[in-house]
Design a protein around this ligand. Structure first.
Ligand code: MLT
Length: 203
């Protein structure tokens, strides 16, 4: 199934393509400014989630706040993975040069890509992510750079869950950098700036 999206060709062929994944109720427009802050020369693929919850776009269904529909999560992760393959062929960008930038529900589907596939991404910027799924064996993530932006007072993703996610990623070999803020579930300008600094350090 195709996914509604925006593709913008960047001025640099070498800079990683930024895959933008919005939060619940968002669209493919939301994170374009964030991409501009992180890597203005990168190509951008900004995708809209195919699930609707009371009219709000999401990347997978949930049964309740913070309780994910695992079957749908797995299917939707496969859908996004397949879309990345076909978009890279269609638009002619390198499949192995994608860095995800996700916020909230978008960070959770990016995390789910990492949990379910071998090398799905070159790196990931996860703003306020949760643990997408528990009780599965994770792929080898040796050296995978991951930035996590979190809120020490985030009511949707408590700090213990952020730490749990970081540990799961690290135990699979990922190289995780954490950035903490105190503005609940909000993606603040200073968190976005920290992500940009991290991106330029790594790539
Ligand atoms: C989710 O459902 O993915 C998380 O609760 C974050 C959100 O509210 O979108």
């Amino acid at each position: 199934m195709t996914m509604k999206h925006i593709f913008k060709e960047g001025s640099s062929k070498d800079a990683p393509l930024l895959l933008l994944l919005h939060g619940t109720g968002g669209t493919e427009q939301d994170l374009l400014g964030l991409a501009e802050m992180i890597s203005p020369e990168s190509s951008v693929l900004s995708v809209r989630g195919n699930v609707l919850e009371n009219g709000m776009p999401r990347f997978f269904r949930r049964l309740a706040e913070g309780v994910f529909d695992e079957e749908d999560l797995v299917l939707r992760t496969e859908e996004l993975y397949g879309f990345l393959d076909s978009a890279s062929k269609g638009y002619g960008f390198e499949r192995s040069n994608i860095v995800a930038v996700g916020y909230s529900n978008g960070a959770n589907i990016a995390g789910s890509l990492l949990f379910h596939y071998e090398n799905p991404l070159k790196g990931a910027i996860l703003h306020h992510p949760m643990v997408p799924r528990r009780g599965i064996v994770l792929p080898d993530m040796a050296g995978l750079p991951v930035f996590i932006g979190a809120g020490s007072n985030d009511p949707i993703c408590p700090p213990q869950e952020t730490e749990e996610l970081a540990l799961l990623l690290k135990n699979s070999g990922a190289q995780v950098d954490m950035h903490w803020e105190q503005f609940g579930h909000q993606l603040t300008r200073s968190e976005a700036e920290a992500a940009a600094v991290w991106f330029h350090k790594i790539f």
